[in-house]
Design a protein around this ligand. Structure first.
Ligand code: IMP
Ligand code: MG
Length: 192
């Protein structure tokens, strides 16, 4: 894996697709365990960023009677969160009485996840769990605890495997991290 440059910014390889696949398998096993025999959960993929993780996780969980549906929120502009969440595309599926698993690409400030949980709770599901591929615990500004986390990462900007910089780079198979971020104080250790 080589460094890449996007919009004049340098990114270095951070998490390989092999490592991602391993953690997707682990998260899928945890979800199946917690479902406790429920064969018909509903997965809600938060567009756009989560679509690749959702495709892999949904197939890995592999329950023929489960459903997947989509919702779209937008909060990021360039490298930072705007703090304002807009629902760009609403839910079309009835989730009353069902076990829900939200699939997020990343929980950063947690504003999107908090808003989403709030919106979905009003539709009376049986339960709501939050699965995120990536979690930046040091950026969290809301009372949100992801139930399933692929990787805990420092508060640095990353791209690839669905995550974008202004809608670019979602198609990278591996995850890359911004090389030099003068605002950043975290170390680069990956903790799982
Ligand atoms: P939050 O509402 O601040 O938790 O941000 C959630 C959304 O911000 C995610 O679903 C992503 O779309 C975006 N986001 C947060 N951190 C990053 C990042 O490092 N790279 C790309 N997008 C990010
Ligand atoms: Mg985004």
């Amino acid at each position: 894996m080589k460094k890449i440059t996007l919009q004049g910014l340098e990114f270095e390889p951070y998490i390989s697709h092999e490592e991602i696949a391993k953690q997707v398998k682990r998260v899928a096993a945890e979800i199946i365990d917690d479902l406790d025999g429920d064969q018909e959960p509903i997965f809600i993929c938060v567009l756009n960023g989560a679509f690749i993780f959702a495709a892999d996780l949904y197939r890995e969980v592999n329950l023929p009677h489960s459903q997947i549906t989509f919702i779209r929120f937008k909060s990021y502009d360039g490298l930072s969160s705007t703090g304002e969440i807009r629902e760009v595309m609403g839910l079309t599926t009835d989730i009353t009485g069902r076990n829900i698993i939200i699939i997020e690409d990343i929980v950063d400030t947690g504003t999107t996840a908090a808003e989403l949980i709030d919106v979905l709770s009003k539709q009376n599901p049986q339960s709501i769990k939050l699965a995120t591929l990536l979690f930046k615990p040091n950026s969290l500004l809301n009372q949100v605890t992801p139930d399933y986390v692929g990787f805990n990462i420092p508060s640095k900007f990353i791209i690839g495997y669905g995550l974008d910089l202004d809608e670019e780079a979602r198609n990278l198979k591996d995850i890359y991290i911004l090389s030099k971020d003068k605002y950043d104080t975290d170390d680069m250790n990956l903790c799982m």
